[in-house]
Design a protein. Structure first.
Length: 285
């Protein structure tokens, strides 16, 4: 059995809840495909961390310290080198082929304009390549190629593993909700990107044996304050989806507890003139 985890930024905390539900239903994947933040969850899980332990990794992150650094706005607003270093420090292995479960990381190659599926090589730069949202983050350079978020071409990475699996369960984080128009560069770019991802998710979902839309309604890609709630929602959505798909629970619900998550904030090092360009979830509360 394979599972496919879509991208969705901070909403990927719901994937941790989905993995918890799979555990209680006695389902352990033989292979995992992940796009963007879904690949981040995938590599921690494949390295041996329990779903609750993965969420605790996210709860301890500070967006402007552990994930990005301000940069001159050339290929993007932020440099994601801090996330590369964080992954190198916190993962117990450094290469995809060393993980306990095979992981397929999907990124979008800029030069060829197509999906690139990584199954070997150093984990950190490949996962960060998959997470590099265009305009917001610098593209990631691997070899001579440049990569941006895998969601640009394959946000729900069922195609990456379909031929390798008899069954694939897909988990999506990207319902397209109505939102007010905001007249700035980043808001327009991000809304357009969300519409594009929503379109390619629908095509990939049809290839799965079971596709489960995780409840992330009202949650932002950047809002780190709702991670625990998203874990619960992902768990409940998956329990419902598995039961409707004919699966039966093997273990009773496990009690898990988490520390209070940090709130996102814009530090003083962000130039004042840039703050109005940031997505709403990153502005100072």
């Amino acid at each position: 059995m394979g599972i496919a985890l879509s991208g969705g930024g901070a909403k990927a905390a719901a994937h941790c809840g989905a993995l918890q539900a799979l555990k209680e239903f006695g389902l352990k994947p033989d292979i995992i495909a992940g796009t963007s933040a879904g690949s981040l969850v995938a590599v921690y899980y494949a390295a041996g961390l329990e779903p609750a332990e993965i969420l605790k990794q996210f709860l301890g992150l500070n967006f402007f310290k552990d994930i990005v650094a301000p940069a001159l706005p050339k290929g993007g607003l932020f440099d994601s080198k801090p996330l590369v270093e964080h992954l190198r420090k916190t993962l117990p292995v450094q290469r995809l082929e060393e993980l306990q479960i095979p992981v397929y990381v999907v990124a979008s190659e800029v030069e060829r304009g197509q999906a690139r599926v990584f199954t070997r090589g150093e984990i950190a730069p490949r996962v960060v390549a998959s997470c590099s949202i265009p305009v917001v983050f610098y593209p990631m350079t691997i070899g001579k190629a440049h990569y941006v978020d895998g969601g640009a071409v394959q946000n729900l990475p069922v195609p990456a593993i379909r031929k390798q699996c008899r069954k694939v369960i897909a988990f999506s984080l990207n319902p397209l909700e109505e939102e007010s128009y905001r007249n700035n560069l980043i808001s327009v770019a991000m809304r357009s990107y969300s519409m594009m991802m929503h379109s390619n998710v629908a095509a990939s979902a049809r290839l799965a044996d079971l596709s489960i839309d995780l409840d992330t309604k009202g949650c932002s890609v950047y809002d780190m304050s709702k991670l625990v709630e998203l874990f619960r929602r992902g768990y409940e959505s998956t329990v419902k989806g598995l039961e409707e798909g004919g699966y039966r629970r093997l273990l009773p619900p496990e009690k898990v507890s988490f520390p209070k998550p940090r709130r996102s904030a814009v530090p003083d090092s962000i130039p004042e003139g840039w703050k109005h360009l940031l997505p709403a979830g990153l502005r100072r509360k």
